[in-house]
Design a protein around this ligand. Structure first.
Ligand SMILES: [Zn+2]
Length: 413
């Protein structure tokens, strides 16, 4: 079926190229005012000015009056931990009261708390919880998403998480990428013998994940007190051998060397980057590795934000993602992420839109399918209430401006 969306007040994200945007080009978010867009089945067919609206070319097309609203490509959220067993709001309250990370961990909080809950939760229940979260994100405009394992931390529980992600992939209109994150934290029983957990990852988990075809990527939390740069290399090299491309948690809490390791491994992305020195900024700026910024995490943890402006000035490719997880970023709403990127990290609205659409798609290696409005790509977009300008969207940060969501050409109710 052909659908004509007309009376579009602002049509945005009209890139001609799928190349990731860096430096000054990140501020170029091509838009057209007073436009139409035509879809056929799952795909975008064409778009143009309302002055050339081709109703007569498609006499039997379904016509949708957008009534002056804006139409933007769906968000591409390239870093989430969407599959988890339970929320952790009691830790949130402990943090408000001033408890330290170590005190919270001593009370049974943190990643190991999520792992214990997940190990005890059955696969069907995990799927239902995750599916509900994903539906909520779809209504908030997300059309492509990366989901990590990493709350299993045993062979069986990691595979369980990845099977849940596979089911989401099969049953959701959202484009989904799966990442194996067995190296998220050291389980308690390996505290005194971390090398044997690394061995478990190398000799059992990675081969099993690869054999079952359950992931596209491998991730490591490269951080002081977690996984060292050397351990990160070992794990990622083993992943690469079986076709899992690295993407890393890097430089969240300290200048960990994670950026340099990621670049040397040709990681698709290094994510977080709150703790950056000049050398790490320079290395990333000269590389093809994407720097994925996660302002939800620094906001929720009351930490310093990633130096977005310095990274953009250094020529780095910047993407924005939600980091949706129960401990440090309990929101997957990308509308909030782009608002925070503008408010707290001084990214321009155009830069934030690009970082959360086309550059996010590049970080998912889905840039030929989504991330911009281009003929032949999936008809993945959302329609807003009429807005006076692009900048109004992150500016009105508390308003839900989305009227309609379309994925693969179909309106999502
Ligand atoms: Zn994360």
């Amino acid at each position: 079926m052909v659908c004509i969306y007309y009376n579009i007040g602002l049509l945005g994200g009209l890139h001609n190229s799928n190349a990731p945007l860096r430096g000054a080009s990140l501020a170029d978010f091509p838009c057209m005012k007073n436009a139409y867009l035509i879809t056929q089945q799952d795909y975008i067919l064409e778009y143009g000015s309302m002055l050339e609206l081709p109703f007569e070319k498609y006499p039997s097309a379904h016509r949708i009056d957008v009534a002056g609203g804006a139409l933007f490509p769906s968000w591409c959220d390239s870093h989430t931990h969407l599959v988890f067993a339970g929320s952790r709001e009691h830790e949130f309250v402990d943090k408000i009261k001033g408890l330290s990370y170590a005190e919270i961990a001593a009370k049974g909080g943190g990643i190991l708390n999520s792992a214990a809950k997940l190990q005890q939760t059955d696969e069907q229940e995990l799927y239902e919880l995750a599916s509900e979260r994903l539906s909520e994100l779809v209504q908030a405009g997300t059309g492509a998403i990366e989901i990590k394992s990493g709350y299993g931390l045993t062979l069986e529980a990691e595979l369980k998480m990845l099977r849940v992600i596979k089911r989401l992939k099969e049953n959701s209109p959202v484009l989904i990428r799966a990442t194996f994150l067995g190296a998220h934290a050291f389980p308690n029983q390996y505290r005194d013998n971390p090398d044997s957990y690394i061995q478990l990852i190398l000799s059992e988990m990675i081969p099993a994940v690869a054999k079952a075809g359950l992931a596209e990527y491998i991730d490591v939390f490269c951080e002081k007190g977690f996984f060292s740069p050397e351990q990160t290399v070992l794990i990622c090299e083993a992943g690469k051998k079986v076709g899992l491309r690295p993407r890393l948690h890097a430089n969240q809490l300290s200048v960990s060397g994670g950026v340099q390791v990621g670049v040397s491994l040709h990681a698709i992305s290094v994510d977080h980057l709150e703790a950056m020195d000049e050398e790490s900024i320079r290395v990333l700026g000269c590389s093809a590795t994407i720097g994925t910024l996660l302002p939800n995490a620094s906001y929720f943890l009351r930490m310093q934000d990633a130096p977005a402006r310095k990274l953009i000035d250094a020529g780095a490719i910047i993407a924005l993602a939600s980091d949706f997880n129960p401990g440090s970023a309990p929101s997957g709403n990308m509308n909030g992420v782009i608002a925070q990127a503008c408010i707290r990290m001084r990214m321009l609205p155009e830069e934030a839109f690009n970082a959360a659409t086309i550059n996010g798609a590049c970080a998912l290696e889905l840039e030929s399918k989504c991330g911009s409005l281009q003929a032949g790509k999936f008809a993945n977009f959302f329609i807003t209430k009429p807005i006076p300008s692009l900048a109004y969207y992150p500016y009105a940060f508390g308003s839900n401006l989305i009227n309609k969501v379309v994925l693969r050409g179909k309106e999502i109710q």
